[in-house]
Design a protein around this ligand. Structure first.
Ligand SMILES: [Mg+2]
Length: 231
């Protein structure tokens, strides 16, 4: 493309690190239901269904409150230590995902050599907020915007504008790279960013990923191709 960019903004899950997978998340969710002594399916519907949007928008004081609220919806009132146990289990699982794909850090280095600043926008539940700063990945990113911390989510134009402002780059000088979840690519393009789809990794996540099929803009196979997009 040969863009005149000053910053590259990445999505997190499915782009820099693996997405929640059924194989990994399901045992975690079952474990949480056990910790809380609540039935699995109603808990899943309350926490991942009814409350999902509020969790991503950070509408609770903390993750403990979001778990307690899900229990309340299904008529359960577990004591604090059970809520803490369930949260600890969830945090362990989420921490295990926050390891970047092999090509990510070398690509970041190449981008920095080219003078790029690096940003991140993630639609994520509140659990990520206290974990983020302790991750190795966070040290390689100049500006990270987590939906639950800023009470906005992609594709709201304001979340992209916030990222660009903090990166001190006009949207037209920013490249946005993501696997396409949450309409993030049209959202980025709508504020004037250059948006590129990175193909989801193979497996179940890629198969059910219809956002990738709908996007008719530029696409790359791997994060390692980002420097070439910038030319
Ligand atoms: Mg994603």
């Amino acid at each position: 493309m040969g863009l005149k960019a000053e910053a590259v903004v990445f999505d997190l899950f499915g782009t820099l690190v693996p997405s929640f997978s059924k194989g990994g998340y399901e045992p975690c969710l079952r474990g949480m239901a056990r910790d809380l002594d609540v039935p699995l399916e109603p808990f899943r519907r309350a926490w991942n269904g009814q409350l999902w949007q509020d969790r991503v928008m950070g509408q609770f004081t903390d993750a403990q409150e979001s778990i307690a609220r899900a229990c309340q919806i299904i008529g359960a009132h577990p004591p604090r230590d059970q809520v803490e146990a369930a949260l600890a289990r969830r945090l362990d699982y989420e921490r295990s995902l926050l390891v970047p794909y092999d090509e990510v850090l070398p690509t970041f280095m190449a981008l920095r050599r080219g003078g790029m600043r690096i940003g991140l926008i993630s639609n994520c539940a509140m659990e990520l907020v206290p974990l983020w700063d302790d991750t190795e990945l966070s040290r390689h990113i100049d500006v990270a915007i987590l939906s639950a911390a800023v009470h906005m989510a992609k594709p709201d134009p304001r979340i992209y504008e916030l990222a660009c402002r903090r990166l001190e780059a006009e949207p037209g000088r920013c490249l946005y790279v993501g696997d396409g979840s949450d309409d993030e690519l049209p959202g980025a393009a709508a504020v004037g960013m250059h948006a590129v789809l990175v193909a989801p990794k193979s497996g179940a996540a890629a198969r059910k990923h219809d956002a990738a099929a709908r996007w008719d803009g530029p696409r790359i196979k791997s994060i390692a191709d980002v420097p070439a997009v910038l030319g």
